[in-house]
Design a protein around this ligand. Structure first.
Ligand code: FER
Length: 310
């Protein structure tokens, strides 16, 4: 009789363990990427939302003479932000014609900010910090002409040397406690961007900074995004750092970006076994090169971050 009871206990316990393990493995294969942001999430919340400010930080003119300069970034701190908590960090990048203000979070009405506020206030995702840098690593960061394009490609140095260390030192990111080891908090760090910022997410985030970030979102990634076979090869520079997620979205009428975005991301799993249905998603739907797609990208990507948060 005693033996039967112990056997029963063992069975019950292993059953419990198996269930616990299954719950820990997030089945991202079945994650639903929506084609529209639910309308109620785009409206300003009734409760108090997050706060948006701008800060300056020391950097260098990585495009030219390495002169010491101050760069500026917009910053979203979530509702009820507290220095005693720890928050995932999203570095959210702009397009070729924009600056740190292009995502519009500082405007009186901002769909992107409303969506984040609502997702957080409704408990759909955990609160996160979003930093929106100026993606041109040069003293002439406000020259938005195509002639100043080169400054986008060296942004990885600013990100690694200046922006992330500053953000981790001054705000309650997971990296706040391990500032001398940026890689230690990579599970809690994501990079995403629209158009030229999508190119940066692919070429710089995924291909050069996989030790610093684990989640990536490319919205209408611009021409000069690395094609899939190059992305696959560059992942091999970081064998020890898994991609926790790479999500892309592009409008099918986006004649500017569709070719580059799809060449970079649409068939990536054919080129590398590091990306599968579990950690990669390509989304396309009717749309152009505009904020209807980019806010949708932010909505879906923020939910991916929330789903992977642990
Ligand atoms: C290009 C056309 C557009 C290009 C970049 C863009 C690098 C970026 C557009 C955007 O950021 O909206 O040929 O080359």
């Amino acid at each position: 009789m005693k033996r039967w009871i112990s056997l029963l206990l063992v069975l019950l316990m292993t059953g419990g363990l198996v269930t616990a393990a299954a719950e820990e493995t997030k089945d991202m294969k079945n994650f639903v990427f929506e084609d529209e942001i639910p309308a109620e999430l785009t409206r300003a919340p009734k409760q108090k939302g997050g706060t948006v400010t701008k800060f300056g930080y020391p950097s260098k003119d990585y495009t030219n003479d390495q002169a010491e300069i101050t760069k500026y970034a917009a910053l979203y701190l979530p509702p009820d932000y507290s220095e005693d908590n720890r928050y995932d960090l999203l570095v959210l990048c702009h397009g070729i014609g924009g600056t740190e203000l292009e995502w519009g979070f500082m405007n009186a009405y901002s769909i992107g900010r409303n969506v984040l506020d609502n997702l957080i206030l409704k408990g759909i995702i955990p609160p996160m910090i979003v930093v929106m840098p100026n993606g041109r690593s040069t003293a002439k960061a406000y020259n938005t002409s195509y002639d100043n394009m080169g400054s986008f490609y060296v942004f990885g140095q600013e990100l690694r040397n200046d922006l992330l260390p500053y953000v981790d030192a001054h705000y309650a990111t997971y990296g706040h406690d391990t500032q001398d080891d940026l890689a230690a908090s990579r599970d809690h760090r994501a990079m995403a961007g629209l158009s030229m910022g999508g190119m940066q997410t692919i070429n710089i985030g995924l291909c050069e900074c996989l030790d610093l970030f684990s989640m990536f979102g490319a919205f209408s990634a611009a021409p000069t995004s690395n094609p899939a076979k190059d992305v696959a090869r560059k992942l091999e520079d970081f064998p020890d750092y898994p991609v926790r997620y790479f999500y892309s979205v592009c409008g099918t009428e986006d004649s500017l970006a569709y070719g580059a975005a799809s060449a970079a991301a649409k068939e990536l799993p054919k080129h590398t076994d590091r990306l599968t249905e579990e950690n990669w998603h390509w989304q396309e739907r009717s749309g152009g090169h505009d904020f209807a797609i980019w806010n949708l990208g932010l909505y879906n990507f923020a939910r991916v971050m929330g789903e992977l948060h642990e």
